[in-house]
Design a protein around this ligand. Structure first.
Ligand SMILES: *Cc1c(COP(=O)(O)O)cnc(C)c1O
Length: 348
């Protein structure tokens, strides 16, 4: 029995067609700028999002690091959210490697940052303070779609105050696909619309898009030239990386629209858990379902994941559990996960 692996959308295996695209990729040495498949991916995503240039990097963490260090100097700061990956989940890299201080803000209930909080965090030019240089946002945030109107106002505020704007769009296409569904428009157009608020955008290829490795940072030619230097310092200058980049180009063509299926399956999982005692489920915007255990159900929390794993369903968390849908989870997998979760909580 193949497990239904809902731990993350990073666990996907490349499809047969993606592997073929990788095998067929023309290769060169990307540190010399010679790899046609890397260049094609960078140009394709940059054009798609409305930027001059792109940079293929091994991970989303390195992409955010290159972005923050390309925007900021030593002694600058970036304003961001407490829950944002580039503050919370990247080992403090911008501070460690770049001497760039984060200024994290508390989130509102809908995941946004209050404009008044952003405004108040922008420091005056005074030697007491670090220089506020960058606003770094994230979409989706924990699977939540950030409102377009808020992205526009927050980034407009930053621009008026002379700050650069970076988007951690690890799951940009999940956001774009859901925004497109709500508006009845095209996902690529929505991706471009979200990106248009920012000076740089980082996109993960190895999450919902289903490639084995890689992210792309997009921005102006000048910014990307600085980021390329930082990528080299960080050890991210790869050679025949086209074998990986080809998977990214394949995914941008074939794996964007289908994210809607992952979102539908996440909704089905959440709906299937409605009404269980001690289980609170949020309706997911995209491909991540959180369930919170409350009251008596918390006593059983420690048994849940091992019990599920024995029965071929993998997830993460304890009192707050996370289930992520992706390319390698089908309807049968969702039915299995839903059935087992119902059984576990109904057993008493
Ligand atoms: C996964 C993720 C990253 C980092 O990606 P890695 O490739 O694991 O380093 C950055 N930001 C967000 C929002 C992510 O979900």
């Amino acid at each position: 029995m193949t497990p239904v692996d809902l731990r993350s959308d990073t666990v996907t295996q490349p499809t047969a067609a993606m592997r073929e695209a990788m095998m067929a990729a023309p290769l060169g040495d990307d540190v010399f700028g010679d790899d046609p498949s890397v260049n094609a991916l960078q140009e394709r995503l940059a054009a798609l999002l409305g930027f001059e240039a792109g940079l293929f990097v091994p991970t989303g963490t390195q992409s955010n690091l290159c972005a923050v260090l390309a925007h900021c100097q030593r002694g600058d700061e970036y304003i961001t959210g407490q829950l944002h990956h580039c503050y919370r989940w990247e080992g403090g890299g911008a501070a460690v490697f770049g001497s760039v201080q984060p200024q994290p803000l508390a989130h509102q209930a809908d995941g946004t940052l209050a404009l008044a909080d952003i405004e108040a965090a922008i420091k005056p030019d005074d030697p007491h303070f670090a220089r506020s240089r960058l606003l770094a946002l994230e979409n989706t945030l924990g699977g939540q779609l950030m409102p377009q109107a808020w992205l526009e106002s927050a980034t407009a505020l930053a621009r008026e105050r002379g700050l650069a704007r970076h988007l951690d769009g690890a799951r940009l296409f999940n956001a774009a696909v859901e925004q497109a569904r709500r508006l009845g428009t095209d996902p690529y157009a929505q991706a471009r619309r979200i990106a248009s608020c920012f000076d740089s955008v980082s996109v993960c290829l190895s999450k919902g898009l289903g490639t084995p490795v890689g992210s792309v940072l997009c921005g102006s030619r000048e910014l990307i030239a600085r980021a390329r230097r930082i990528r080299k310092m960080a050890g991210g200058g790869m050679r025949q990386a086209g074998v990986l980049a080809a998977a990214g180009s394949y995914a941008l063509e074939h794996h964007v629209a289908r994210l809607a299926e992952d979102h539908a399956r996440a909704r089905r999982l959440a709906e299937g858990l409605a009404g269980l005692d001690g289980v609170q489920v949020q309706a997911p915007d995209t491909n991540i379902v959180f369930i919170d255990l409350v009251g008596e159900a918390r006593h059983k929390a420690a048994h849940l994941l091992p019990w599920l794993a024995e029965r071929g369903v993998l997830a993460t968390g304890l009192y707050r559990l996370r289930f992520v849908t992706h390319l390698d989870v089908d309807d049968e997998g969702i039915a299995r996960a839903t059935g087992l979760l119902r059984e576990f909580f109904q057993r008493g």
